[in-house]
Design a protein around this ligand. Structure first.
Ligand code: SF4
Length: 418
């Protein structure tokens, strides 16, 4: 394992992470590995002996920001000749050796597969852990670089997943988020994702289970049933829609229709109208007509997402869609994006208001940065709630509260039992 070569001079490390939760998870595993080797986290890049930049290639913009950040590190290297700077992650795999040409002061470049054997257990914090159960993706959506940089889907052994969760629980964790590029496509020796969820729910000490990111194609009846019946599975899914138009979904090779997608939303909300559903939307895909764009707006209205990550399409070199001719100008794409943002903003607010009067169990995450008399927690349906601090409040504690109002998109609650 190549990182081990660095051990002899390593004292303080600093990791800069870009992109998805899978990347965050990899960064956490790297940190665990380095600390196992005796390294200490540096408080900032200036104080580090080694800086690792864990990159993302999904959007051209993510690569550009990572490259700009790496360039900013050059003066540190000039001041401290023994400082080592390495680039990891999808961009490292995607650009490989050519990165040395653009950034000659780099010491090493490692793709995601080069550190696949790192020890797995690392907590996102003291009470919540990310657990990777699947890597890679078999879908080949036309605009996405992930399958080319992360390879085909691979699934972790069930026993190793459960062991990691049990170890995390022994360290105080009560919430786990199972991670994978198409996490609900997980299968291992005949065991489905739904069965894995059942096994995770059986782990003593686990209170809340989340997963990220599911693909609409992999919502079986078995999965929907356990999502709605198992109380430990948090009532929230992040369900990337990308577009509301069937013709665009077809061009994107998403492998579902608007109707399939909405049937999942309906199944989840029919038994719990407050079920949290968040999504990703891309507008301005090559050739997207005004009518097709309107269908995305109507999907937002129909699905009533609790929130959405929204993007104007930008071509990603190395993907099939980058070869398609674009008809919309950047200005037109931005105007469409703004319409989506404005509409979603009002829907998010509408959904938040529905929570008023509800009794919710929130998991306390941290003291509010704005007011040290307040704590911030999360509901099962993934909404942020601010409550007045109590002397016994601590990170990772579950507190019952009643939602009394909404400020911005944040809920205000009154703790009733703690
Ligand atoms: S499902 Fe599509 S968008 Fe998601 S990682 Fe796979 S190819 Fe990319």
């Amino acid at each position: 394992m190549q990182v081990r070569l660095l051990n002899s001079f390593l004292l303080n490390y600093f990791i800069i992470s870009y992109g998805c939760q899978m990347n965050e998870y990899d960064s956490a595993r790297l940190a665990a590995f380095l600390e196992f080797q005796g390294a200490i986290p540096a408080i900032n890049a200036e104080k580090a002996d080694m800086i690792l930049v864990n990159t993302c290639s999904v959007r051209a913009k993510a690569e550009e920001s990572a490259i700009a950040r790496i360039r900013d590190l050059k003066p540190l290297k000039e001041r401290n000749k023994s400082l080592k700077i390495g680039v990891l992650g999808c961009m490292a795999k995607n650009r490989g050796e050519s990165l040395f040409k653009d950034l000659p002061f780099l010491d090493f470049v490692l793709g995601p597969k080069d550190y696949g054997e790192l020890p797995a257990a690392k907590l996102a914090n003291n009470y919540s852990a990310f657990i990777a159960i699947q890597s890679g993706c078999n879908m080949k959506c036309s605009y996405c670089i992930v399958p080319y940089v992360r390879g085909m889907e691979q699934y972790r052994e069930v026993d190793s997943v459960l062991k990691e969760i049990e170890e995390a629980v022994a360290n105080g964790v009560s919430e786990v988020t199972l991670l994978g590029q198409t996490v609900n496509g997980y299968r291992y020796k005949g065991l489905s994702f739904a069965s894995l969820l059942r096994r995770v729910a059986d782990v003593k000490g686990i209170e809340r289970i989340r997963f990220m990111s599911p693909h609409p194609k992999h919502y079986s009846g078995e999965l929907l049933e356990i999502l709605l019946c198992e109380p430990k599975i948090a009532p929230h899914v992040h369900l990337p829609a990308q577009s509301g138009s069937n013709s665009i979904l077809k061009k994107m090779k998403r492998q579902y229709t608007r109707e399939n997608y909405l049937s999942i939303v309906e199944a989840l909300r029919s038994s719990n109208s407050l079920y949290g559903i968040t999504t990703d939307i891309i507008c301005g895909y090559p050739g997207e007509t005004e009518e097709e764009f309107e269908e995305t707006l109507s999907l937002l209205r129909e699905a009533k997402f609790d929130s959405a990550f929204t993007f104007a399409y930008s071509p990603r070199e190395g993907t099939p869609s980058a070869l398609e001719k674009e008809f919309l100008s950047e200005k037109q794409k931005k105007a469409r994006l703004q319409k989506i943002i404005d509409l979603q903003h009002s829907i998010t607010l509408e959904r938040a208001k529905l929570m008023i009067g509800q009794s919710e169990k929130i998991l306390l995450e941290k003291l509010s940065r704005k007011n040290s008399d307040e704590w911030v927690g999360k509901t099962g349906n993934f909404k942020r709630v601010v409550v007045k601090a109590q002397p016994n409040f601590r990170e990772g504690m579950y507190v019952d509260c009643v939602i009394e109002g909404v400020k911005g998109h944040t809920l205000r609650g009154v703790a009733s039992q703690f």
